[in-house]
Design a protein around this ligand. Structure first.
Ligand code: GTP
Length: 362
């Protein structure tokens, strides 16, 4: 557990207003940061890390399905936090979302989080760097093995950010923007209010042009953007197996995580960090490999499911084979069906029994 070193001198802002289109159909009913991940809404892991770093005041910038967050977390007191919510009637983007919470900030140091990043960096070290450099803005930069899929952020020998580069086949550095930013509060007032602003495309380049003190805190900690089904499954599995850290799972990691109210029959296999949610039932001989099963799901005997997300209330028939799929809420997949290759089944869809084979890459 991270030591509490910086009690209450920093505000946390979490951006949770996105529509999460890449995770449809799961995000049609539930905003991405609230999707169950290793047994609890994804955001619970981030809030626990924020709390462990000694920050207690949290402002959430919400827009899409805004009410869901407050219904679940309330005023935050159960987690030992004080949570406020600021709703954007029209989504304002990442920069607009930060600007929109300005009036709620209490401290000169503001730590902003993308609400869909699973990370393991030591938050206190990012804050220490910000203070030591007397920075206007400090960003967490993570070194990745293949930076080509991301914009990259080169820094000089002192850690000062040189530029923000778009994706390229030949990146000059393997440092990418990891989605945690420490702002001096007054800098947030310079973001134009009341209109959509992208912090990555508009605000950060402007701050460099103005010669502001923009620094990077660079490390090689665990990092994953949970935006796609593949990343979501891997992130959840990594949490369950203890590869990705969460204060909520300390001492409980292993090959599978089963909710206390779920039923897993003898002879069922849970492998690769699979999760079984509340009230779900897994039949004998079924095999789950790196799979996230939400609440109230029934998996009948002999079904084999790999690298997939099974939405709430779904039924998977006996001996069905599912791999690399997303099954929307309440869908019914018949016995012996075979679904693979990135298929997404929409909520409530019924696929009949008897070995119908569907594949998006067929
Ligand atoms: P996709 O539609 O799948 O790209 O997902 P997304 O809408 O979440 O977008 P993206 O992954 O780029 O967003 C990064 C983070 O910023 C997420 O935590 C989003 O919730 C958040 N975010 C994106 N747009 C907005 C916005 O308009 N307002 C607020 N408050 N947050 C936003």
């Amino acid at each position: 557990m991270i030591q509490e070193k910086i009690p209450c001198s920093t505000d946390a802002v979490i951006l949770v207003g996105g529509k999460g289109t890449r995770l449809r159909p799961l995000t049609l009913s539930t905003p991405k940061p609230m999707l169950p991940t290793a047994g609890v809404p994804f955001l619970s892991h981030l809030l626990a890390r924020i709390k462990a770093a000694g920050i207690t005041h949290v402002v959430m910038g919400t827009s899409y399905k805004a009410e869901v967050f407050e219904e679940y977390f309330g005023d935050g007191s159960e987690m030992g936090l004080e949570i406020e919510y600021v709703v954007e009637e029209q989504a304002l983007g990442t920069g607009g979302g930060i600007r929109n919470v300005y009036d709620r900030l209490r401290h000169d140091t503001v730590m902003v989080f993308n609400g869909d990043v699973l990370g393991g960096t030591d938050l206190t070290k990012v804050l220490d760097t910000h203070a030591a450099k007397d920075a206007d803005l400090t960003m967490h930069l993570v070194r990745v093995s293949d930076p080509r899929a991301f914009g990259c952020v080169p820094t000089d020998a002192e850690g000062r950010v040189l530029e923000f580069l778009e994706k390229t086949e030949d990146p000059p550095t393997n440092q990418i923007n990891a989605g945690i930013y420490v702002f001096k509060r007054e800098l947030i007032a310079t973001i134009p209010p009341g209109r959509p602003v992208s912090v990555e495309r508009e605000t950060f380049p402007r701050l460099l042009e103005e010669g502001r003190r923009v620094f990077g805190y660079v490390d090689q900690s665990y990092w994953r953007d949970m935006g796609t089904p593949d990343d979501f499954v891997r992130g959840s599995s990594d949490l369950v197996r203890g590869i990705a850290p969460s204060p909520l799972l300390e001492g409980r990691t292993g090959e599978g995580l089963i909710d206390d109210t779920a039923g897993v029959s003898d002879g069922a296999w849970l492998l690769g960090g699979s999760v079984v949610g509340r009230g779900s039932e897994i039949g004998g001989g079924a095999r789950l490999e790196s799979t996230v099963v939400f609440d109230g799901v029934k998996v009948e005997p002999g079904a084999v499911i790999e690298n997939s997300i099974i939405g709430a209330g779904v039924t998977i028939g006996a001996n069905a084979r599912i791999s690399d799929c997303v099954i929307g809420e309440g869908a019914k997949i018949g016995a012996r069906c075979e679904l693979k290759g990135g298929m997404r089944v929409w909520p409530g869809v019924v696929i009949p029994d008897n070995g119908v084979r569907f594949s998006s890459d067929a």
